[in-house]
Design a protein. Structure first.
Length: 188
């Protein structure tokens, strides 16, 4: 949902020597997001929804539907010969804001809709992107601090300095923003 180039711009890094660590920081930020929400917000282009019954309206269960790639139907769900519903855009309409697919004709009895949902680097909302930048930056910076964890104090000519452990944490506002992406049927 964020790219290496975007993170490098955010951190003001110009060289390529740290790209491996930055990519790892992006993966860790995405992993944190998945662990916090209990599901992934990364783009899935092959989500399949199954419906049973005679209908013209089909509610897709995940938010932020990007597109519908195919609508198929069959008279027997165990028969592998599914029929593709019309390929023309005039025979079905996708209401992305309401996560609804409406067809011109009733389709039955077994309907399979393949759709794309969630975010990639082009569709990720700004607030979510900002949180991912913060988490990735914290993770990247903590990679360099690991080597300093052994150094707790230093004494030179009788003068002593003690280093404080640095703790990175997300702000309460960032966590509140993340909460709006929770689906409470999946998240706790």
């Amino acid at each position: 949902m964020i790219t290496l180039a975007e993170l490098k711009t955010y951190l003001k890094i110009d060289d390529i020597t740290q790209d491996d660590q930055l990519n790892l920081a992006i993966q860790n930020a995405t992993g944190f997001l998945t662990a916090y929400l209990w599901y992934s917000l990364e783009l899935d282009a092959a989500k399949i929804a199954l419906f049973y019954g005679y209908d013209t309206q089909f509610d897709l269960k995940f938010a932020h539907i990007n597109s519908v790639s195919t609508i198929k139907y069959a008279t027997d769900e165990f028969d592998p010969s599914w029929t593709t519903y019309s390929d023309t855009a005039t025979d079905f309409k996708v209401f992305l804001e309401r996560w609804l697919v409406k067809t011109r004709d009733s389709i039955w009895p077994h309907v399979e809709i393949t759709y794309s949902f969630w975010y990639d680097d082009a569709t990720c909302p700004d607030d979510l992107k900002a949180i991912l930048f913060d988490v990735a930056a914290m993770n990247f910076k903590s990679m360099w601090e690991v080597s300093m964890w052994d150094l707790k104090s230093e004494t030179v000519d009788g003068d002593s300095i003690t280093f404080k452990d640095i703790t990175w944490s997300l702000s309460t506002n960032a966590l509140l923003l993340l909460d709006k992406y929770k689906l409470y049927e999946f998240s706790a």
